[in-house]
Ligand binder design. Structure first.
Ligand code: SF4
Ligand code: SF4
Length: 66
């Protein structure tokens, strides 16, 4: 099954708050505590829709086979 994975370097290079705000993922699988820290994926909540890949301005999210 495909799941989202964050490229931590690409995410943290852009002080983006989308995942912190929860607006990138309707299941809230993307977690971000601080704007300057990279986002992470809770794979138990990720349903593999791929919407976050299109939402990310840093192209920091990829879908990987798990
Ligand atoms: S692939 Fe879909 S469910 Fe998974 S983190 Fe991205 S938006 Fe959320
Ligand atoms: S949308 Fe992309 S750059 Fe922004 S916090 Fe999420 S993973 Fe990081």
């Amino acid at each position: 099954m495909l799941k989202a994975a964050v490229d931590y370097h690409a995410c943290s290079s852009l002080a983006c708050a989308k995942c912190k705000a929860g607006s990138s993922c309707e299941t809230r699988a993307l977690i971000k505590i601080d704007t300057d820290e990279p986002a992470a994926v809770d794979s138990a909540l990720c349903m593999g829709c791929g919407d976050c890949v299109l939402e990310c301005p840093a192209r920091a999210i990829n879908m990987i086979e798990t």
